[in-house]
Design a protein around this ligand. Structure first.
Ligand SMILES: [Zn+2]
Length: 318
């Protein structure tokens, strides 16, 4: 019997909490691992009235929280880290890469870089406040850091930390061999393809990194995968192959749209997605730029920086 009314019991010692908030992805899966010292929570959801209410209700149903572990430093996953620390003295564990990421975001040094990226790819001007609406999420100090290929205890079980850059450069999955459970965060989702973007100067070729990270998971026999959003995954390797095929399909589509005439990423983006409003263009444009960077490095399109603008043309049919 499940004595915790807000939680969905997934297995003997794993529970799911769907945390809702009125913006962004609208909901995120937190997973709770029951152990002798209390529950270890993986990821929190964004900071909002609704998400705080569900956590308060969950904790008051008799849950003792041992610690919080974070997959990657996106605000919808780390948004309540500080709240857990301040209100319940819960220690927070983040990767050292994630820690660098939150420090960088706190320094606001990325807005200029994104503005410049959009400009050199022919796009419209963007204002800084559109770049990050949830910057409050980065204002916490982790109590412990982990690295790649370490083990971390979630409940009573040991999980391997697996660095899986792509969706974000600091993204980690956690794998338990004993139960064949993989926590996939935003790296693998059941129903949708997570956005892959160049978010900062250090992101060289995130699509290539994402392909490598997807392949990396396939060597780990998995019965149950726990994604950061949406449905649980029972056929991880099939889902991974499907995601790789989907990415390749969209890359081919871009090659077609680029054609033999020189175009900026913004032109290609508008040809694919049609006219995009001020609030809707960010994700498709970033995705298009990121795909063109991959295609250029892969030798499928030719790219040239001329008078401060990147111009692309297809070279496949030459
Ligand atoms: Zn994310």
């Amino acid at each position: 019997m499940n004595q915790f009314p807000t939680l969905t019991k997934i297995s003997e010692d794993i529970y799911q909490l769907v945390v809702r908030y009125p913006f962004g992805m609208y909901e995120m899966n937190s997973f709770l691992f029951q152990g002798d010292n209390g529950f270890t929570i993986v990821d929190t959801g964004s900071k909002a009235k609704e998400s705080i209410e569900i956590w308060e209700k969950t904790i008051s149903s008799g849950i003792k929280v041992e610690k919080l572990v974070l997959t990657h430093a996106h605000p919808d996953h780390i948004g309540l880290a500080k709240w857990f620390q301040e209100n319940y003295h819960v220690p927070v564990y983040l990767s050292s890469l994630g820690y660098k990421e939150i420090q960088r975001k706190r320094n606001h040094d990325n807005g200029d870089w994104i503005q410049n990226l959009f400009k050199t790819h022919g796009g419209p001007e963007i204002s800084l406040n559109k770049v990050d609406l949830e910057e409050d999420a980065y204002e916490f100090e982790p109590d412990g850091l982990f690295e790649n290929h370490e083990t971390i205890k979630l409940g009573n079980e040991w999980y391997e930390t697996i660095l899986t850059p792509g969706h974000s450069s600091d993204h980690f999955c956690f794998y338990n061999q004993n139960q064949q459970v993989m926590i996939t965060g935003d790296h693998v989702l059941a129903g949708l393809a997570p956005i892959i973007g160049v978010w900062s100067e250090s992101d060289r070729n995130p699509i290539q990194e994402n392909f490598d990270s997807l392949e990396k998971l396939k060597d780990h026999p998995t019965k149950l995968a726990l994604p950061g959003h949406g449905e649980l995954i029972y056929n991880l390797n099939e889902r991974i192959d499907e995601m790789i095929t989907g990415h390749k399909h969209r890359l081919q589509q871009i090659v077609k749209f680029v054609g033999s005439e020189e175009k900026t990423s913004w032109q290609v983006c508008q040809e694919i997605y049609g006219p995009l409003s001020d609030t809707k263009f960010f994700a498709p444009f970033l995705a298009t730029i990121t795909r063109l960077i991959y295609l250029e490095k892969n030798g499928d399109v030719h790219g040239e920086l001329r008078d401060g603008k990147w111009l692309f043309r297809s070279i496949v049919n030459e």
